[in-house]
Design a protein around this ligand. Structure first.
Ligand SMILES: NC(=O)c1ccc[n+]([C@@H]2O[C@H](COP(=O)([O-])OP(=O)(O)OC[C@H]3O[C@@H](n4cnc5c(N)ncnc54)[C@H](OP(=O)(O)O)[C@@H]3O)[C@@H](O)[C@H]2O)c1
Length: 393
């Protein structure tokens, strides 16, 4: 009997938290997965270590100035991996015929271009980079269609919904309601948020993640971005996507059907589960995640999100309602505000007002092309930068 199909993978954002979880699974299945290329932005040493460990053909560093240090680091390790740098190299390793699967795990809208390239060239696209689909949902879904590949969500909520909808006919899908669960982040029950530090905001109670998404979880913007992501992925309008706070993070999301049945996907909060699902789909493989121990999981609780305290949720729903241009603005303003907070130039409580101010001042039409997205993103970042400066003064 033939063995499993060997997949050749490009990992965009290999040095990040999602990248590490994916590599952990890949290392368990050398007969299934081969690493073609790995990428990072500036973390030369970790990228070189990963390239050596997984015998990658190519390592790409996003920052052009770091090509030489990357080549030196690879040579020092006796690697046969080729060093490349910059935007074009990121696109090439995403759409090359030498890989069939691309993990999109770059953080922020910086990941959009290689993600689109992978979709356009018909890869199996494992999508973690939610900012890409928030900024260019229509363009990305059309590129997947044209390319003839597949899109498998890695975000645990969307992966859960993908699992719940598996085998459901299109006619039944049309009437579903999605319920995205949210842990509530580290500040679910804390009111005095004026003085919180980046480290406190990044100390997520359930998930270990990169710093940007950790802050997004603390403001609940992460859930707002996920509403937009879910709407594009599953073709469901905003008024049929709900959010419920579920601090235990055991249920990763749910789908409610016309007859009142609700399907939930559960598991330990470990990104290796959705990654294993996306890597092996439609098969199932062991992920290394701890089994869910129901006898010791404790009570599972649910509550409505406090949208007065966590304003970012309303901004995200409003942006989705306004159309594609507003989502790019929302995302760009959030990226700038979160970065300023992480650099301790902005208070935690100033993140939401910054986003609101930019959304109020700028309402572009839906982008028709990648260049439109880039232009809206640039303008919104500039405006957000000005808002941050005003607040610092
Ligand atoms: N972490 C999670 O559990 C989780 C769950 C669901 C969804 N996601 C989504 O997955 C994405 C990655 O999250 P993460 O937590 O893994 O982030 P992370 O730990 O910060 O890693 C980000 C990765 O992207 C690279 N990168 C950063 N800026 C870049 C740029 N301008 N150009 C090219 N590469 C760049 C980083 O390289 P360097 O190391 O060199 O900086 C790193 O490899 C995000 O969109 C996040 O929302 C994450």
């Amino acid at each position: 009997m033939a063995g499993p199909l060997m997949r050749n993978i490009t990992l965009l954002g290999a040095t990040g938290s999602v990248g590490a979880s994916a590599l952990d699974i890949i290392a368990r299945y050398p007969e299934r997965y081969r690493v073609h290329a790995v990428t990072a932005q500036s973390n030369v040493d970790d990228l070189a270590d990963i390239a050596v460990k997984f015998s990658a053909d190519i390592a790409v560093i996003g920052n052009d100035d770091l090509e030489r240090p990357l080549r030196d680091a690879l040579n020092a390790r006796g690697a046969r991996t080729i060093a490349r740098a910059g935007r074009h190299a990121l696109i090439e390793v995403a759409n090359t015929p030498n890989c069939d699967t691309v993990l999109a795990a770059i953080v922020g809208s910086a990941g959009l271009e290689p993600t689109l390239a992978a979709a356009e060239s018909g890869k199996r696209l494992l999508l973690a980079n939610k900012e890409a689909i928030v900024c260019a949902g229509a363009l990305l879904m059309a590129a997947v269609q044209r390319g003839g590949g597949s899109l498998l969500p890695v975000d645990s909520e969307h992966n859960a919904i993908h699992q719940c909808l598996s085998g459901v006919r299109a006619t039944e899908r049309a009437g579903v309601r999605l319920v995205l669960t949210a842990s509530g982040g580290p500040f679910l029950n804390r009111d005095d948020l004026d003085e919180v530090t980046p480290d406190q905001a990044c100390a997520h109670p359930k998930w270990v993640m990169g710093r940007k998404i950790s802050v997004d979880s603390a403001t609940l913007m992460n859930k707002g971005l996920e509403v937009i992501e879910a709407s594009w992925l599953f073709g469901i309008p905003a008024d049929r996507i709900d959010i419920v706070i579920h601090p235990q993070s055991v249920i990763h999301s749910m789908v409610e059907f016309a007859d009142g049945s609700v399907l939930a996907q559960m598991g330990s909060p470990d990104m290796r589960t959705p990654l294993a699902y996306a890597l092996a789909w439609p098969e199932r493989i062991a992920s290394g995640a701890k089994r869910l121990d129901f006898a010791h999981a404790g009570p599972l609780t649910f509550e409505a999100p406090d949208r007065r305290r966590f304003r970012c949720l309303d901004y995200a729903y409003a942006a989705l309602g306004r159309g594609g241009g507003a989502s790019v603005v929302l995302n760009a303003a959030n990226e700038i505000a979160v970065q300023a907070f992480l650099e301790q130039r902005l208070r935690f409580t100033e993140i939401a007002p910054t986003i609101e101010q930019v959304l109020e001042s700028y309402d572009p039409p839906p982008p028709q092309s990648f260049d439109d997205v880039i232009e809206i993103d640039r303008e919104a970042r500039e405006r957000a930068g000005d808002c941050v400066m005003e607040k610092i003064r």
